[in-house]
Design a protein around this ligand. Structure first.
Ligand SMILES: Cc1cc2nc3c(=O)[nH]c(=O)nc-3n(C[C@H](O)[C@H](O)[C@H](O)COP(=O)(O)OP(=O)(O)OC[C@H]3O[C@@H](n4cnc5c(N)ncnc54)[C@H](O)[C@@H]3O)c2cc1C
Length: 298
């Protein structure tokens, strides 16, 4: 209850304190900060995916800056020989304002990724853009296989989307889904979401898709490992994915056991909005904000 109260009052918490708590979940504000984090993760045997923070822009003018930053990030990954791809939110490229323009901007990023030998994961956002996001993924996939999709287990439609993705041997990240969605379109029950997650992962792996198993839920990790063993898949056929700063111990165990593991690394000036979202998502860690208050946010 105390944590819920903290979450509700989060917007009143001074920025330096949020920054202190957020520093575990966000690489920093600049590309240099991100590069340092990638280097450290790589040295510990983890791959990464870089996310330039900023979603749902209100001005098309802002999208150009995001694309420029992704291009700089791709250049840095190549120059520094880092093991990282990128994750992109189409609303940060203006999908909700002008879908033709967001396609053009996305194409710029994909072209740069192709020319630097990299890969672009299209993050999945709220259900108002699911269909269009899948469409843009499919259009891009017709041009290159250096693009991947995300499917959210909580959406009732995902079974069908997974069947289509499996038939196309798409490269898919499977996650539970983070947005608040209505019961008509999304499962609300924890076990239903878990069962959907496992069935989508199984279906894709059985079809020979490369799957990013994105969860910190130990039960789902166990189930995925059982499927991998049942199918006799090599470690090159799948990867686990986790957020920066979350479930470090499970991450280390998976890496030590020889599984591929990718860490989602957000960075950028929009760190504040991202951090508030993460803290609201997991009230259990909001207690850290309180600790920050007592230790002066340093
Ligand atoms: C690599 C990656 C990419 C993602 N991409 C997307 C996307 O494109 N679209 C989308 O809608 N969602 C995305 N998500 C978020 C995802 O949908 C879930 O909301 C989130 O991962 C929590 O679900 P879980 O499977 O970890 O299970 P949960 O049951 O929520 O969490 C299991 C345990 O993990 C820990 N944990 C989970 N999340 C956090 C956190 N933020 N901070 C601290 N501890 C935490 C807690 O201890 C919790 O008990 C992504 C998640 C990951 C890991």
């Amino acid at each position: 209850m105390l944590n819920d109260l903290i979450v509700r009052t989060l917007p009143l918490v001074p920025r330096p304190i949020v920054r202190r708590v957020a520093s575990r979940y966000v690489a920093g504000e600049t590309l240099d900060d991100a590069v340092r984090t990638l280097r450290e993760l790589n040295s510990r045997g983890c791959m990464a995916t870089l996310d330039v923070l900023g979603e749902d822009v209100t001005e098309l003018a802002e999208t150009g800056e995001t694309v420029d930053e992704y291009e700089r990030a791709l250049a840095a990954i190549e120059r520094e020989r880092l093991d990282s791809n990128i994750s992109v939110k189409l609303t940060a490229l203006g999908l909700k304002i002008d879908s033709a323009e967001s396609r053009r901007q996305f194409r710029r990023i994909v072209d740069t990724a192709v020319s630097t030998g990299n890969f672009v994961r299209i993050d999945m956002e709220d259900s108002s853009v699911t269909t269009e996001t899948i469409r843009i993924y499919e259009e891009s996939r017709n041009v290159t296989d250096r693009v991947g999709l995300v499917l959210q287990a909580y959406l009732r439609r995902t079974g069908e989307d997974a069947a289509r993705a499996a038939a196309a041997k798409a490269n898919v990240r499977v996650c539970k889904g983070i947005y608040v969605e209505r019961p008509e379109i999304a499962f609300q029950d924890r076990e239903e979401i878990r069962d959907s997650f496992s069935s989508v992962v199984d279906r894709l792996l059985e079809a020979g898709s490369y799957v990013g198993i994105a969860t910190h839920d130990p039960e789902l990790v166990r189930r995925a490992l059982r499927t991998v063993a049942r199918l006799g898949l090599p470690p090159s056929a799948y990867e686990f994915q986790m957020l920066l700063g979350v479930a470090g111990e499970m991450r280390r165990r998976l890496v030590a056991a020889g599984h591929r593991l990718r860490v989602y690394v957000p960075y950028g000036e929009a760190w504040y909005a991202y951090s508030i979202r993460r803290l609201k998502e997991n009230p259990a860690i909001a207690g850290n904000v309180l600790k920050g208050l007592f230790t002066g946010g340093r």
